[in-house]
Design a protein around this ligand. Structure first.
Ligand code: PFF
Length: 524
């Protein structure tokens, strides 16, 4: 067997993982949900979610990955107990759920749950890893469509076609553009080719090398756009809107939105961090890396709003336009600025760079599984599954604004699964963001906290990070970690003990509540 490839340095790992985390979620989504949910107040809640839930779960994933040196399926399999009562119980519950569905006439879901329940009963926790690999297919197929639009918009901006005076003009253009199959599918294909080419080259020469090039480019583009935005007349109004805390807009809903977004934004719940963690060597300090990745991801998300809102306000546009902000409001805003085409092109390039480093991590999860577990060559796996994801993305692209052009898919999906989403694109997004990622995150923290066990996990984290488990938190914070008087062998409060409590109790409960809320089973 060939030795597993590893990142060439700690920095390489941090940049690659931050590249996975920083994506469309940060630059396209975070600013508008912050704008809608009370500005600074929402940012505060988001920070708490990252600290209390995001970071602990990320550390679970990276630890599991590094310990097992495997893809998500292999990782769960390697440390699963021979038989787990808990897993059997979940399997039985899922089968029962399936039977109930069958009784109520939902035979599509009923049959699916029966199969999944049986698989959980048979394969136990390994199925949590399998769900991660499936999420890779689902997310990348629609993510790549949006990423593809940015490629087209860079081109259009440079060609001077994004010259709109009003948002509705820009909106109408976007609709025509995104439904045009040549642009939609063509650019989606182009994006997939880029991802395949990077993954094809491997961990060091592909992912790490490109992350080291693209992440500084991303930061530079962002800073340039922020400076441009903030120096426009009337920009302060935008900063005020974006960051002034408005606690009256904060409710249970905003907290759950913040939590859900923290998961998506940090690339948690599908094993991307398990996979990247599996290329980390034993000497690295993975606690510190986790901290850096979370800080980078959050900082870039907050900065993205500063690149957008000041410009929007400077020209008197409405900010609260939701998801259309990037493709419908911003082109109209940029048109008002001198050399607007250039600024628009730079903004869409920023989106593309962010999307690319996330896209490769999604493809890497799928590739790593087939390389580790099915003995495929990396080249073959990257090309073949890149192509499969391209094919799944085609109906996503065709159905952005409705099902009309994919009725052949809609009819069976309604018959079998009673889908109610407005398009296949929405269906895939909903499936991944609201179901698979939260469930995956829940399972990962339960697994590490209760099944594999915090004790073994902490043994793993200790390699490279003594402070995590062996220094009293108070002494650590006070800068006294090497002072013998403050390092008695008996520690009650360490980073490790706090982390253990978070992943055993706080994360599972919070994620469960958020999950029940988003799928509509809990009303607040
Ligand atoms: N974190 C990415 C973003 O914020 O856009 C999205 C993502 C990438 C989610 C990779 C999950 C993943 F595994």
């Amino acid at each position: 067997m060939k030795a597993r490839e590893h990142w060439s340095s700690g920095l390489g790992f941090v940049l690659a993982a931050a590249g996975s985390a920083i994506g469309l979620g940060n630059i396209w989504k975070f600013p508008y949900i912050t704008g809608e949910n009370g500005g600074g107040a929402f940012v505060l809640i988001y920070l708490i979610c990252i600290l209390v839930i995001g970071m602990p779960v990320m550390l679970c994933e990276i630890t599991l990955g590094r310990h097992t040196q495997r893809n998500p399926v292999g990782a769960f399999r390697a440390v699963s107990p021979g038989s787990s009562v808990f897993a059997h119980l979940i399997g039985i519950l899922v089968v029962l759920g399936g039977l109930i569905m069958l009784v109520f006439g939902s035979w599509g879901w009923g049959a699916l749950l029966l199969v999944i329940g049986a698989l959980i009963f048979r394969f136990g926790w390994t199925m949590a890893g399998a769900m991660g690999v499936m999420s890779g297919f689902v997310i990348l197929s629609f993510y790549s469509v949006v990423a593809g639009w940015t490629i087209g918009y860079i081109w259009k901006a440079l060609a001077g076609s994004l010259s709109f005076n009003t948002v509705s003009e820009a909106g109408a253009y976007f609709k025509v553009y995104s439904t045009n199959p040549w642009w939609g599918i063509g650019c989606h294909g182009l994006f997939m080719i880029m991802c395949i080419m990077i993954i094809y080259k491997g961990v060091r020469r592909g992912i790490e090398r490109w992350s080291k090039i693209l992440m500084p480019v991303l930061l530079l583009l962002l800073v340039v756009l922020i400076v441009r935005g903030l120096t426009l007349e009337g920009a302060v109004e935008g900063v005020r809107f974006y960051l002034t805390p408005d606690f009256s807009k904060i409710g249970a809903r905003s907290v759950l939105i913040a939590l859900g977004h923290a998961f998506f934004s940090l690339s948690l719940g599908m094993g991307a961090m398990i996979t990247y963690g599996s290329y980390v060597s034993r000497e690295e300090n993975i606690f510190r890396s986790t901290l850096f990745i979370c800080i980078l991801d959050t900082a870039i998300a907050i900065m993205a709003g500063l690149a957008i809102f000041p410009a929007v306000f400077a020209f008197g546009f409405e900010p609260g336009t939701g998801p259309g902000l990037a493709f419908q409001v911003l082109p109209a805003v940029f048109h008002q600025i001198p050399a607007g085409s250039l600024w628009a092109a730079l903004f869409f390039l920023l989106l593309l760079v962010a999307a690319l480093t996330s896209g490769i991590s999604l493809l890497e999860v799928v590739t790593a599984y087939f390389v580790d577990e099915r003995r495929w060559s990396r080249h073959r796996a990257a090309m073949f599954f890149g192509f499969v994801i391209f094919l799944i993305g085609i109906p996503c692209s065709l159905s952005i604004h409705g099902w009309e052009r994919v009725e052949w898919l809609h009819v069976p999906l309604v018959k079998v699964f009673q889908v109610s989403q407005a398009s296949f694109f929405d269906f895939m997004d909903d499936l991944a963001s609201n179901w698979m990622l939260p469930l995956g995150g829940l399972l990962i923290s339960l697994f590490v906290g209760w099944i594999w066990g915090t004790k073994k996990a902490i043994e793993e984290i200790r390699h490279g990070s003594r402070n995590f488990a062996d220094v009293h938190l108070v002494a650590l914070l006070a800068g006294l970690r090497d002072d013998p008087s403050h390092n008695s062998p008996i520690h009650v409060l360490t980073l490790a003990s706090l982390w253990g409590i978070f992943i055993r109790f706080i994360s599972p409960v919070a994620v469960t509540i958020a999950f029940l809320f988003t799928v509509g089973w809990l009303k607040l």
